[in-house]
Design a protein around this ligand. Structure first.
Ligand SMILES: [Zn+2]
Length: 115
């Protein structure tokens, strides 16, 4: 696993199997507010470490995705699909990555607002 990033206070740190070359910027009603840049993985390819085990997340609409944030500093670090979703996926927010790392990633725009 490779270090990917952390929330502002350092409570949540993220590791990924391989660093992404491309991340997604989505304009749906939630992503545009979070301003997240998402890199998608199989659940086994990401490790999320919590210093404080309290988990805080937001779930809405079809209730198939949990958007997780640090309960202390509020940074949105990752999302995971719930049991309701047939696809098991985790996405990490590249905004948590070091800027030098983020600079190397291509940003792909996704029109999530239209579907
Ligand atoms: Zn934090």
């Amino acid at each position: 696993m490779k270090p990917f990033g952390s929330c502002h206070c350092g409570n949540i740190t993220l590791e990924v199997a391989t660093l992404p070359t491309e991340v997604t910027s989505c304009n749906c009603s939630l992503c545009r507010r979070y301003a997240g840049l998402w890199a998608y993985y199989e659940p086994a390819d990401v490790v999320v470490h919590y210093q404080n085990p309290v988990k805080s997340f937001y779930i809405w609409g079809d209730r198939d995705i949990e958007h997780h944030r640090c309960h202390h500093c509020g940074c949105v670090t990752h999302y995971i699909t719930t049991d309701k979703c047939p696809v098991k996926r985790i996405a990490v927010n590249a905004r948590m990555a070091d800027p030098a790392l983020l600079e190397k990633m291509k940003i792909r725009l996704v029109d999530g607002a239209s579907f």
